[in-house]
Design a protein around this ligand. Structure first.
Ligand code: DQA
Length: 161
């Protein structure tokens, strides 16, 4: 079950971004869009604020650093959003770190990975995620913030992680 304590609502949502997402807006914009990661961060912060929540927003090109951030989230986050980028398709270490979390985890992909190359169809992260948002571009990050707010709302029923 996703843990919902009084304290958990005051903790930030950790929004973690994997490799190459620092290049958003410039990298294959026909696939990933023209919105930069800095713009997505600002949009997420504003959306979280509307729900009375705050965010910690990080990007890393290094698998071990993402594992460190996920471990930090165990005690410092009310929920986690993660776009694992290419590591989603390869990293059991990131899945292990997600499975060690007791808070809701939403996986986000800008593109619909199932409409793309077959090597993108599997996501290890999905096996540990509470829910998945994909194919909505930068808007998907906002929908994931909304989903977390809904899951954490006092009126919402407990959902399994
Ligand atoms: C991505 C999809 C991945 O397959 C890819 O490696 C990325 C971005 C997405 O947001 O659509 O880097 O996670």
């Amino acid at each position: 079950m996703a843990k919902k304590t009084k304290q958990s609502k005051t903790l930030p949502i950790y929004i973690l971004n994997g490799p190459n997402l620092n290049l958003l807006g410039h990298r294959e914009p026909e696939v990933y869009g023209y919105t930069t990661l800095a713009e997505i961060e600002a949009m997420c912060a504003a959306q979280a604020k509307r729900h009375g929540l705050s965010i910690v927003f990080r990007q890393s090109n290094r698998e071990g650093e993402i594992v460190d951030h996920l471990q930090e989230a165990r005690t410092s986050a009310c929920a986690v959003m993660i776009n694992p980028a290419g590591y989603g398709h390869t990293s059991i270490a990131i899945l292990d770190s997600i499975q060690a979390l007791k808070v809701p985890v939403i996986e986000v992909h800008l593109s619909n990975i199932h409409r793309r190359e077959s090597y993108r169809h599997n996501s290890y992260v999905s096996k540990g995620a509470t829910g998945i948002v994909m194919g909505l571009g930068a808007q998907g990050y906002l929908r994931a913030v909304d989903a977390i707010a809904e899951i954490l709302a006092p009126s919402s029923k407990n959902r399994s992680k």
